[in-house]
Design a protein around this ligand. Structure first.
Ligand SMILES: [Cu+2]
Length: 673
């Protein structure tokens, strides 16, 4: 997970029925705004039902397993295991029975073939069972110890049962400090035999909250943005792989390790991940990148749709939860030249709380387990459990994206309207990628437009083939089909944008010959906008100032843990202020001076930025923004020159990088002249 905290004021949610369970009444007023258009539309196809939880239970759901007879067994971050009856009923109050307690932050539960359940706790994999049949657990059998140092970020996720009957567990790295893998196998995925033998599989994981093995036997895990991870992503895991975070390499020399890389092989590359992968054997390319703040900020559990159509038109695809943005994304994969790749799309947002666990119900509904504690999340609740059901109506969506030698094929859930689908202007494509470096997260880099040159609509209207220039292997391609309408009723797509990670460009027939001018046309524009001097980013002293220093110099720095080094600054009304913003932290930050009381409003608006956010320093175009610095790299500074407001008062300042404003805030006291 992350240490990012989201302002929960932000909302992108939800039908009024969703308010049935508000565990934190003080946050109810945060829901004063009307539901967004998108969520209202999503509700038509996928209905959300929060479970009613008794007031005396804190259901920070961390593991979900459906039991026969429409029951569930769930674990919580507080170490409890509950059996829930009536969880499928929209109106009745479910019955909760405490089955076990006293576990150490369990983060998953699966059946154990010899009875009871396997549960991963922070420091061990355990079999828990009810031997005397009284309805409560009485056996707690340690299968395998998982060493920890005590750092709060040392989560153990799982287990997931491998096809061979062994159990896999993923082990988070610790946060910060000289080493983030203070105990063996932190930063690894390991396999444990039922008799407790530990087999290391792959290294370089950072915060692998979710992982799964598909019906086809392929393992994928979800990674959070963070240090060494430019953005969220899911990646195929095979034995011997290195996933990018160097902390776990401390243990690659131990007996049993299949990973050949050593800590000294990794430096602060500061280059696109795909470029480093070409020269660093073993570094695994992400299967599908999830653009940060666009498709989640802390992606969590992965569930393959094995319902055979009971959950709608996406059978065989993957659903991936997100903790910070309280939403679920959808992934459609394909294998090209031996490499997995594919598209991620938005699926459903507007949940009550951050999602860390997903679990199928026995009727093909999807349960979402929720918690906000320690991280914050969008929505009114601090924890909970919701059920998502397909209403039986088919949403008009991009169903799959398939790479072609000269572009992409998009398939749809229902036929497209030919007139709009045949127009080039109905589409746009752009490529970009993320840096591989020690810094926490990366802005999207090397973004270029990919001109759409030809469209062929299939006779049945269920797919279109797009030919485009400027495609790059290893890059993410943002594919928009905003102009396409449905044949039936001229509807727009519910979610018109897909992000396809093009690890391999396939061979085969082209529909457009390669343009010899491609190479010169496809040049990344220099994103000068971010550093330009503007009225609100005045990075040069005005000519009419006497000297460059103005009347007062304010020094502002940053500290780890999303903090400015000062929360109060003072300047006289109308005085000439030179503000030096020095970012000494290991993450990207800015300084945004806002109108009195408007800091959190501006911070919430910054969360809505898509990929263009970096070019705009994540500063919303708003009258509430008075002045700001550039988005400043770790160890660098930006200086701005402005006249303090003429009206005395307390002016908010924040960092507007998505997710920071709730904690990174302060006040500029403007005093009378
Ligand atoms: Cu910040």
């Amino acid at each position: 997970m992350k240490r990012f905290f989201l302002p929960t004021l932000f909302l992108a949610t939800a039908a009024s029925s969703a308010f049935a369970q508000v565990n934190n009444p003080s946050s109810a007023e945060r829901f004063a705004k009307p539901s967004s258009e998108l969520v209202v539309r999503e509700n038509k196809y996928y209905a959300r039902t929060p479970l009613v939880v008794p007031d005396d239970i804190v259901l920070e759901t961390s593991g979900i397993l459906a039991l026969p007879g429409k029951k569930l067994i769930v674990t919580t971050r507080r170490g409890e295991v509950w059996i829930i009856e009536g969880a499928y009923d929209a109106t009745a109050k479910p019955k909760f029975t405490l089955w076990a307690s006293g576990l150490h932050e369990p983060l998953g539960i699966i059946p154990a073939p010899k009875g009871g359940y396997y549960i991963a706790q922070r420091e061990e994999l355990t079999r828990v069972a009810d031997m005397d049949g009284d309805g409560h657990a009485d056996l707690f059998e340690t299968i395998c110890k998982l060493p920890i140092s005590g750092a709060y970020h040392e989560y153990a996720f799982g287990p997931v049962m491998a096809p061979n009957g062994n159990l896999r567990v993923t082990l988070n790295v610790a946060f910060g400090g000289a080493t983030q893998a203070p105990a063996p196998w932190r930063g690894w995925i390991v396999e444990i035999t039922p008799d407790g033998q530990l087999i290391p599989i792959a290294a370089g994981l950072r915060s692998p909250c979710g992982f799964t093995v598909t019906a086809g036997g392929v393992w994928f895990y979800a990674e959070n943005q963070g240090e060494w991870a430019g953005s969220g992503r899911i990646t195929e895991i095979e034995p011997g792989d290195f996933m990018g975070h160097p902390a776990g390499l401390a243990w690659s020399k131990l007996a049993g390790s299949t990973v050949k890389l050593r800590p000294e092989d990794i430096q602060d590359f500061e280059k696109p991940y795909v470029d480093v992968a070409k020269t660093l054997p073993g570094l695994k390319l992400p299967t599908v990148w999830f653009p940060h703040a666009v498709l989640g900020i802390s992606n969590s559990d992965i569930k393959e749709d094995t319902t055979g159509g009971k959950f709608g038109p996406f059978a065989g695809q993957l659903f991936v939860g997100d903790q910070g943005q309280s939403k679920i994304m959808r992934v459609a994969l394909e294998k090209i030249k031996g490499t997995w790749q594919g598209a991620v799309l938005p699926f459903r947002e507007g949940f009550d709380c951050g999602i860390i666990r997903l679990g199928w119900g026995e009727d093909g509904s999807l349960f979402a387990g929720e918690t906000a504690r320690g991280w914050g999340s969008v929505g009114p609740s601090q924890q909970g459990l919701e059920r998502l059901t397909w209403t039986g109506e088919t949403p008009f969506e991009i169903k799959e994206v398939h790479a072609q030698p000269d572009g992409f094929v998009l398939t749809f859930t229902s036929p497209v309207d030919r007139a709009t689908a045949e127009k080039l202007e109905s589409y746009s494509i752009a490529g970009f990628t993320y840096l591989y470096h020690k810094t926490y997260g990366s802005a999207p880099v090397k973004r270029i437009g990919c001109p759409v040159r030809k469209v062929i609509v299939a006779p049945d209207g269920l797919s279109v083939r797009l030919a485009s220039g400027c495609l790059r292997e290893g890059y993410i391609h943002e594919i928009k089909a905003a102009g396409v309408r449905s044949a039936n009723g001229s509807e727009t797509l519910v979610h018109p944008t897909a992000y396809y990670t093009l690890n391999q460009i396939p061979g085969g027939d082209r529909i457009m010959p390669a343009d010899p001018k491609d190479a010169e046309l496809c040049v990344a524009p220099v994103p000068a906008a971010a550093n330009a001097s503007t009225k609100k980013h005045p990075n040069k002293a005005p000519a009419d100032w006497t000297g460059d220093d103005g009347d007062v110099t304010l020094l502002l720095g940053t500290q780890p843990g999303l903090k400015f080094d000062k929360t109060e600054l003072t300047a006289k009304a109308g005085s000439h202020v030179r503000l030096v913003f020095q970012n000494g932290d290991d993450m990207l930050h800015n300084f945004v001076l806002c109108a009195p009381g408007k800091g959190q409003t501006v911070g919430a608006a910054a969360l809505l930025f898509g990929l263009d956010g970096a070019e705009k320093n994540y500063v919303p175009d708003s009258a509430d923004v008075l002045f700001h610095t550039a988005l400043t790299q770790p160890g660098t500074s930006d200086t701005i020159f402005f006249s303090a407001p003429a009206t005395p008062g307390d002016y908010d300042f924040i960092c507007s990088f998505p997710g920071h404003a709730a904690l990174m805030k302060g006040v500029l006291h403007v005093t009378a002249k």
